[in-house]
Design a protein around this ligand. Structure first.
Ligand code: HEC
Ligand code: HEC
Length: 187
């Protein structure tokens, strides 16, 4: 075989390696996502009142929150175990996988019709004017109201570490419920 043919063959083989590794990674991530579907629904479109929708959520937020579960920095029963079962790379891959899925509003959001734009003025700068999310600030629009209340109470009690959400300490439970209903109704 002429030298140049050998060189081209070797080069083509080398080029195909990263692609193979990438396919492997995708297959692995799709496999992991089936573990999540039992609770978070198909493609992360959770039908539960207390289990958050993760399909179509902000990628940066999903990555951040998976790291928080893995490091025991955020409360969560099943999630503490699930997040620790994967490497940082796998947690990143699975976050990207779910972020790329379409967002499907919670069936529980249909019951929320109360809008209180005055109550949530301070939130729009980070979460977007319609609660659509931005960067590490998660999407809130169309999320289940009960889950949103539960999450806000965790910030209120100082159980989740994010300094950005420290403002929740100032609001009581009744106001928190109204904020949750507001964002849930923005579907
Ligand atoms: C046994 C049920 C169960 C399984 C399986 C499960 N989760 Fe969860 N997950 C939950 C519950 C419940 C919460 C809410 C925890 C809380 O904040 O109190 C949650 C929260 C989350 C959150 C936080 C979302 C947010 O809006 O803050 C992410 C991200 C997440 N899960 C990803 C995953 C991934 C990825 C998998 C699969 C590897 C998975 N979960 C498997 C029950 C589950
Ligand atoms: C300075 C930016 C900022 C402001 C202002 C802000 N947020 Fe957030 N919010 C964030 C970030 C960043 C996170 C993710 C933090 C984490 O990792 O826990 C978050 C998380 C949340 C969550 C958790 C969602 C989930 O899926 O678990 C809710 C609910 C929420 N914010 C509602 C609000 C409300 C209501 C207000 C206004 C009263 C508000 N936020 C104001 C940046 C902000």
């Amino acid at each position: 075989m002429p030298k140049c043919v050998i060189a081209v063959t070797v080069l083509l083989f080398a080029l195909s390696l990263p692609a193979l590794a990438f396919d492997d990674e995708l297959g692995q991530v799709a496999g992991i996502s089936r573990t999540c579907a039992g609770c978070h629904g198909t493609d992360g479109a959770s039908p539960g009142a207390m289990i958050p929708i993760i399909g179509g959520q902000m990628e940066e937020y999903l990555t951040l929150t998976m790291e928080e579960f893995a490091a025991d920095q955020r409360p969560g029963s099943a999630m503490l175990k699930f997040a620790k079962g994967y490497s940082t790379e796998q947690r990143r891959g699975i976050s990207a996988y779910f972020a790329a899925k379409p967002w499907v509003n919670s069936p529980w959001a249909a019951a929320s019709s109360v809008q209180n734009p005055d109550l949530v003025r301070a939130c729009a700068g980070c979460h977007g004017s319609s609660g659509e999310g931005r960067g590490s600030s998660p999407r809130l629009a169309g999320q289940a109201p009960e889950y949103l209340s539960h999450a806000l109470l965790e910030y209120h009690r100082g159980e989740r570490p994010a300094a950005t959400m420290r403002l929740m300490r100032a609001f009581d439970e009744a106001v928190i419920k109204l904020m949750a209903d507001h964002y849930s109704s923005l579907k």
